[in-house]
Design a protein around this ligand. Structure first.
Ligand code: NAD
Length: 505
């Protein structure tokens, strides 16, 4: 492989992060950087036998790991968090190179990993069960939480490492072991994360096989999904992927944690603070080049503020710096690949056919590489939620629609198949509370006066409907990674039966 300067830099970063060069040279999986479209590595892929070995090792490790006291398991995650702190600059840089995120977002992704490690360390002393009132005298009833088993993690390209850490940090303190299949578009960051984890595991004296990476595409993902030794699979990606994975897991009664596509909306009410709206919408709709599951894709603007907001949004869109994500000042980096660009153009064509006015959306900066795809984010004025608006296109397209009546806009907001994230900009208490209420947004994330993207790890993350229903990260999401036992203990001399049943023999 001819060594471009980006390939050389990638190799240097990987070496500092502890990844052996045999893992990413002369392999069968070509990795390109979306920054220039150049090939930066050729990663060794795993076949079915490799998957089999990783799962066998994880299953063996589970037998000892489940017996280690949870706070001691937390110590491993504390040490892993320290490794991440030390390696933050390099791992963040690798996220930028491999996924095309701007520098602050690459670093932010690693910060999110550090944050979830801190959360998991605290959690390792708080895996509480309930004591439940029993109807029988001299009895006690309680819940205990036990490790579940091997957890398969399938992740998407756009959060190449943070999503794994939401799952792995929690699963490991819960006493589970993990096998990770990262996106085939971003295996390098996964290999680097694994190297950092192994350093921490060696320092902690943890058993081998607690966490491993298998590299490859759909086929190896399917092998993981079908492996009956895997108790739960956490799968992050498109709704199409979830539709393929969910029935396979259901067929063998495995637990599924599905984090799928979003089509996130925001409502701008008459009382909204428009300064806040412009900044909130710009970050949520344009940030990460529209490649977040929580990216704002549908904006409902009250007719009374439409004509004052739209010019301001157009100005913000025109002023945003698009370019090489490594450069200071760049706010919008590249799309992940040509397929993403083609899908964006197809969606804009459909929107035009539906009568929309499209501002932006064209390819720019072709000089950065024939195989690099930078676009001007698109602002699309459209009168109705046509099929294309109801579909997630993973690119920076914001559909803007006017509205007159609050109840009607609530209906429209919820009238899409996805249910991940949502927000309302309003200073009207009744509107804000209604949006948060049972008749309000039907999403898993519901915000007021901030955009739908950029969640913190402390809350449970995930969404409803075609987003899959899974919850990850904070709050009580840990319960999905453990099995619950209800225990009844009789400390008396009689044997009273529940519901007053008598059965004397
Ligand atoms: P994708 O669905 O193409 O791939 C995601 C992962 O699934 C990859 O690792 C891929 O190899 C694997 N995969 C695909 N088909 C599979 C199958 N049949 N069996 C097993 N594994 C399979 O998604 P992508 O393009 O990498 O990511 C973008 C999508 O992910 C968007 O739809 C976005 O909304 C979604 N996403 C959701 C969340 C969330 O938390 N809800 C977070 C990030 C991304």
């Amino acid at each position: 492989m001819p060594a471009s300067s980006l390939a050389q830099e990638t190799a240097e970063v990987l070496s500092r992060l502890g990844v052996a060069d045999s893992a990413y040279t002369d392999g069968s999986l070509a990795v390109t950087s979306p920054i220039t479209g150049e090939r930066i590595a050729e990663v060794r892929e795993n076949d079915a036998a490799g998957c089999e070995l990783a799962v066998a090792a994880a299953e063996a490790a589970f037998r000892t790991w489940r017996l280690v006291p949870a706070p001691k398991r937390g110590e491993l995650i504390r040490l892993f968090g320290l490794e991440l702190r030390t390696a933050k600059a390099d791992l963040g840089r690798l996220v930028t190179i491999e996924a095309g995120k701007i520098v602050s977002e690459g670093l932010g992704e690693v910060q999110e990993m550090i944050d979830i490690c801190d959360f998991a360390v605290g959690l390792s002393r708080q895996l509480y069960g309930l004591t439940v009132a029993t109807e029988r005298p001299s009895h006690r009833m309680m819940e205990t939480w036990h490790p579940l088993g091997v957890i398969g993690v399938i992740s998407a390209f756009n959060f190449p490492v943070a999503v794994w850490s939401w799952n792995a940090a929690i699963a490991l303190v819960c006493g589970d072991t993990v096998v990770w299949k990262p996106s085939e578009k971003t295996p390098l960051t996964a290999l680097a994360t694994q190297a950092l984890f192994e350093k921490a595991a060696a320092k902690a004296g943890a058993p081998a096989g607690l966490s491993s990476v298998i590299v490859g595409g759909r086929t190896i993902g399917e092998a993981l999904v079908d492996d009956t030794r895997i108790a739960a699979v956490s799968a992050t990606g498109s709704t199409a992927m979830g539709r393929a994975v969910a029935p396979r897991l259901a067929a063998r009664f495995a637990r599924a944690i599905l984090e799928l596509g979003g089509n996130n909306g925001a409502i701008v009410a008459p009382s909204a603070d428009l300064d806040l709206v412009v900044r909130g919408v710009a970050f949520a709709a344009i940030g990460t080049a529209g490649q977040r599951c929580t990216t704002l894709r549908r904006l409902f603007v009250h007719d009374s503020v439409y004509d004052s907001l739209l010019p301001r949004l157009r100005k913000a869109y025109a002023s945003v710096t698009i370019g090489d994500p490594r450069e200071a000042g760049t706010l919008v980096g590249p799309l992940i690949d040509k397929a993403a660009f083609d899908r964006m153009q197809e969606a804009l064509k459909k929107a035009r056919a539906d009568g929309a006015i499209v501002h932006g959306g064209e390819r720019v900066l072709e000089e950065l590489g024939g195989n690099a795809f930078y676009v001007r984010p698109a602002l699309v004025e459209i009168s109705a939620q046509t099929e294309v608006v109801r579909t997630e296109t993973f690119a920076p397209i914001l559909y803007v629609m006017g509205y007159m009546d609050f109840d009607t806009v609530l209906e429209a907001h919820n009238a899409v198949p996805q249910g991940l994230s949502s927000s309302i900009f309003t200073n009207d208490l009744r509107e804000a509370e209604t949006f948060l209420s049972a008749k309000g947004s039907d999403c898993g994330i519901v915000n007021v006066n901030i955009g739908p993207s950029g969640a913190e790890i402390g809350g449970a993350f995930g969404g409803e409907k075609e987003t899959g229903g899974g919850r990850e990260a904070g709050s009580d999401a840990w319960k999905a990674y453990m099995r619950r036992a209800t225990n009844t203990i009789n400390y008396g001399r009689d044997l009273p039966l529940a519901q007053g049943v008598s059965f004397d023999v």
